[in-house]
Design a protein around this ligand. Structure first.
Ligand SMILES: [Zn+2]
Length: 149
């Protein structure tokens, strides 16, 4: 690690702290100029590629998922923090699967399950758009199933 002040490669570690997510932060002191700086190391977890319905693959896109959920939650009592937490949980669950690829349907099911607990109107809106519930019968079936629970 180069000193950001003098570019010397010689520094010593004066303090090491670990965070709850497996990251390590080191406080260093340059042996050449004496300046202190910190470095951090964080494990990079791989998120599986998403297999779309047409068979093509794409990177998991956190922002895109948030946008889709946000549209379903318009004018509903769901906060940006709630949506952010849901997407964070989904991303963590995908990483925990340890697979190279998963179907977009898996992601959709996770969103559906999360929204169902959060807000039923948002859930129905999401189901209509992303599960392709495109006729009234299918939508009604889904609502009936909700009302039964
Ligand atoms: Zn230095």
């Amino acid at each position: 690690m180069r000193c950001p002040y003098c570019k010397s490669e010689r520094s010593r570690v004066v303090d090491t702290t670990h965070d709850s997510r497996g990251g390590v932060r080191r406080r260093r002191e340059c042996e050449n100029c004496g300046q202190r700086f910190s470095t951090s190391e964080r494990p990079i977890l791989a998120t599986p590629l998403i297999i779309k319905q047409d068979g093509t693959r794409e990177e998991f896109d956190r922002e895109k998922l948030i946008r889709g959920i946000r549209i379903s939650c318009a004018k509903r009592p769901v906060s940006a923090a709630d949506i952010d937490r849901l997407v964070g949980e989904i991303e963590a669950a995908l990483q925990a699967m340890g697979r190279a690829e998963v179907s977009s349907r898996v992601v959709g099911d996770m969103v559906i399950a999360g929204l169902k607990n959060m807000d039923q109107i948002a859930y129905i809106r999401y189901a209509i758009v992303y599960l392709g519930l495109d006729d009234l019968g299918a939508i009604r079936q889904e609502i009936d199933r909700l009302l039964e629970n």
